[in-house]
Design a protein. Structure first.
Length: 412
């Protein structure tokens, strides 16, 4: 076989984990860049992955050279369970990603983007050898879902286009860029620059044909492909919510996550939402975070990021069915582009919030034209009861509890 023939035969196409030039980029964990794709079934709390859903398929890591075959084999015994899939991947082999997308199209499935945090890993890092071994064990593992800092980059957005339904959480990141041609060759000597250039050109043409055919088969908006071609492989463009909707990846104009407990240095129950502003078609991200100072003192933060089209900072109040409205502090703080309003609550108020299926947050402000504007949003409490129960377990004792314990000790 000639050297030219070897070059053609071993041509590979990759969409790899490029570094982002944008300041909005979040770093990709090293294990996602290097660890081959792993699939496993995870089980969480009641309604962890939606109403009546407590189990899902986690797909994470680099899309490697034989991922599609392993993926098909993994799914075969699970087809009747109709589990949603959660992806967290920087991309990888383009051929394999498109083949996996074709597998998704064969069976109706919901594809989402989130990190799966496995409880059995304990204090071991999620990327440790011990934890990765657990994820590859074939066991069903206990886990939490986290949408914050979850990624689906490069070839991964093309992969999830194969799913009949795609649901992208407000804080999940979808990144795209152009493909890269990887040449592998063997033989004696080095091929000429002309041979390399010709092989690269053939590789790029093949990538274009593959992607164009795939987009047509999946009924995807070719605008996504046109955008990706404008971004260098060494960079990445994170899709805005407007682009995610326009390209048909997730057409929902209001998206909210369920409440989830996060055991960070400062534990919290949190949720996020994103909604379209009908006035200018912009999208605004909102986060709700519930913290505790002790077992009887809590703070609920309302965090808003994006255009509000107002000239005066609004007043924020919360209410739910049969309850008295409570107003957040009138003067917000600002952090990382968010305006943050806080509301102090006692334990009884926090528990009462979780008892109803939803609550209203009403923003009252003055528009740029002087008119009074009132905007109300209904937020679901799905998952709040469980997240709050786990949060309370981490709260320091209340002042009254400490005083009672001290009094009892003194009396003895």
């Amino acid at each position: 076989m000639t050297l030219r023939a070897v070059l053609v035969a071993t041509l590979a196409l990759i969409c790899g984990p490029a570094l982002a030039a944008s300041s909005a980029a979040r770093s990709v964990p090293d294990y996602l860049k290097t660890a081959p794709l792993v699939f496993y079934v995870a089980r969480g709390a009641t309604d962890a992955c939606g109403p009546g859903c407590d189990s899902w398929i986690a797909v994470e890591g680099r899309i490697d050279g034989d991922a599609a075959g392993r993926f098909r084999k993994f799914l075969r015994p699970l087809r009747d369970r109709h589990l949603p899939m959660y992806f967290n991947s920087p991309g990888g082999d383009l051929d394999q990603a498109l083949a996996m997308g074709a597998v998704l199209r064969e069976t109706p499935v919901i594809a989402r983007v989130a990190r799966t945090v496995v409880m059995e890993c304990g204090f071991e890092a999620q990327d440790s050898d011990a934890c990765l071994k657990l994820k590859r064990s074939g066991r069903e593992l206990h886990a939490d879902l986290r949408t914050f800092a979850a990624i689906c980059n490069s070839a991964c957005p093309y992969l999830i286009l194969g799913a009949a339904t795609r649901e992208v959480a407000p804080e999940a990141l979808l990144g795209v860029h152009s493909s890269k041609v990887l040449l592998r060759f063997s033989g004696f000597g080095r091929p000429s620059e002309q041979m390399i250039a010709a092989s690269m050109a053939r590789g790029r043409d093949r990538a274009d044909r593959l992607l164009s055919g795939y987009f047509a088969k999946m009924g995807a908006d070719s605008g996504l492909l046109d955008l990706a071609r404008t971004v260098r492989f060494e960079d990445v463009h994170f899709l805005t919510r407007e682009e995610i909707v326009r390209f048909g990846i997730d057409r929902r104009e209001f998206v909210e996550t369920s409440w989830a407990f996060e055991n960070n240095p400062r534990s919290m129950a949190r949720k996020s939402s994103i909604a379209r502003n009908g006035a200018d078609n912009s999208y605004r991200l909102v986060q709700l975070r519930l913290y505790c100072f002790n077992a009887d003192q809590f703070e609920l933060d309302f965090q808003s990021h994006g255009s509000t089209s107002v000239s005066i900072v609004p007043t924020i109040r919360i209410s739910n069915e049969g309850s008295v409205s409570s107003y957040f502090r009138p003067s917000p703080t600002t952090s990382q582009g968010f305006q943050i309003w806080g509301l102090l609550m006692n334990r009884a108020s926090a528990l009462a919030l979780a008892e109803k299926p939803q609550f209203d947050v009403t923003e009252t402000s003055q528009g740029l034209d002087g008119r009074r504007l009132v905007h109300s949003t209904k937020f679901s409490t799905e998952g709040l009861a469980g997240a709050l129960a786990r949060l309370i377990e981490t709260c320091p004792p209340s002042v009254n509890s400490v005083l009672r314990q001290s009094s009892n000790s003194a009396a003895k």
